[in-house]
Design a protein around this ligand. Structure first.
Ligand code: PAF
Length: 282
């Protein structure tokens, strides 16, 4: 496995990879969720490229950026064991020269929900992913479905800018108690880690309530009630939206098609997100 830190080294290493190339962009602190993306990419492509870059432009909050877990040596061991060919590990100066003046925006999808909670977040994601795509030039790229809105933003951007890359959302990988795997879980203290399982319980309740033919409002209320039982959870947002457009649904109607329940909650200083596609016929 080759590890490169500069754009020029990446370009020359990439040039020697012939055949279908899959890409898994990450911010490091790799867990089984990331490794499932790598494994899926390995199964479909002749070569796999990964990147590890904690992208400052997607963090509104300096403390969040500063505390983002960094486990580089361990990450590289995992990627090597998983058969990755090439890893790009740039620093911020390499990715953002001081005179850089271009951003990529998908305003309709990016300024709602998590984007309203974290202004500028998806602009930072879309910009860095565009840069990474231009550098790596993959045929396919894998993202975790836990970041539901991120996947929609990236798919929109790839379609609108004719990037010609297949974007694949891989199902969320969960801990035994249902907590979605996330690098941020490493920052939870033991009590918050235990409490955080409430998010999955709330999503399961949303699904069970929808299956009984309840209205969108009643589904959201049932999920909110579950989270309210956990005093360590500070609910930041809970929404039920159209799973393709993220538009609001009629509040008093039962679901006529699958919708997505998206939630965000703080446990101590750590913001966790999760989602589930809710199917009223299930
Ligand atoms: O999902 C992530 O880890 C990041 O948002 C990504 C896609 C690597 C961009 O920095």
């Amino acid at each position: 496995m080759e590890v490169v830190k500069t754009k020029s080294a990446l370009r020359s290493a990439r040039a020697s990879l012939k055949g279908q190339t899959g890409f898994v962009p990450t911010m490091g602190a790799l867990h089984a969720g990331h490794m499932a993306l790598v494994e899926a990419a390995r199964g479909r492509c002749a070569h796999v490229v990964a990147s590890i870059f904690v992208n400052p432009t997607q963090f509104g909050n300096a403390a969040d950026l500063e505390h983002y877990p960094q486990t580089l040596a361990d990450d590289l061991d995992k990627l090597e064991a998983a058969g990755v060919d090439l890893v790009f590990v740039p620093n911020a100066a390499e990715m953002y020269p001081p005179d850089a003046d271009t951003f990529v925006e998908t305003p309709h999808l990016a300024n709602i929900l998590m984007g309203a909670l974290r202004p500028g977040h998806f602009r930072g994601v879309a910009t860095v992913v565009t840069k990474l795509f231009n550098l790596v030039r993959p045929d396919m790229a894998w993202f975790g479905a836990k970041d539901f809105q991120q996947v929609l933003v990236i798919k929109r951007m790839v379609a609108d800018l004719e990037m010609g890359i297949d974007i694949i959302a891989h199902p969320t990988v969960r801990e035994a108690d249902g907590l979605a795997m996330s690098s941020r879980n490493l920052r939870l203290d033991p009590d918050d880690r235990h409490a955080a399982a409430i998010l999955y319980q709330a999503l399961q309740t949303a699904q069970a309530t929808a299956a009984k033919g309840a209205s969108a409002n009643a589904i959201m209320e049932a999920a909110r009630t579950v989270i309210a039982r956990e005093p360590r959870a500070s609910l930041q947002s809970l929404d039920l939206r159209d799973a393709n457009s993220l538009q609001e649904l009629p509040a008093e109607h039962a679901l006529s098609a699958p919708a997505v329940c998206l939630l965000a909650a703080e446990f101590g200083p750590v913001l966790l997100i999760d989602n589930m596609v809710i199917d009223p016929t299930r």
